[in-house]
Design a binder for this molecule. Structure first.
Ligand SMILES: [Zn+2]
Length: 78
């Protein structure tokens, strides 16, 4: 099975939530979430924000989430 890195997870999250990913990628993300609590936590927050709608996320991501994402990504890229 394809191995997914945290950054890919974040990049693919929106498509994942919309069920727009190929089955193989969706399963790879599922597997990643199972073994990566920070990403699972991020998914939960993202899902909560997603209730506001895709437009809302794109235009005004909650500051807390944006900060967390930024911190998360800068930690990942070393
Ligand atoms: Zn992860």
């Amino acid at each position: 099975m394809k191995d997914v890195r945290c950054k890919e997870c974040v990049d693919l999250l929106l498509d994942y939530l919309e069920g727009a990913l190929p089955k193989e990628m969706e399963e790879a993300l599922d597997a990643h979430f199972m073994g990566c609590p920070p990403c699972l936590d991020f998914l939960d927050q993202y899902r909560a924000s997603a209730k506001l709608g895709r437009e809302a996320i794109a235009t005004e991501m909650p500051k807390e989430l944006a900060d967390k994402l930024h911190e998360f990504l800068s930690r990942e890229i070393e």
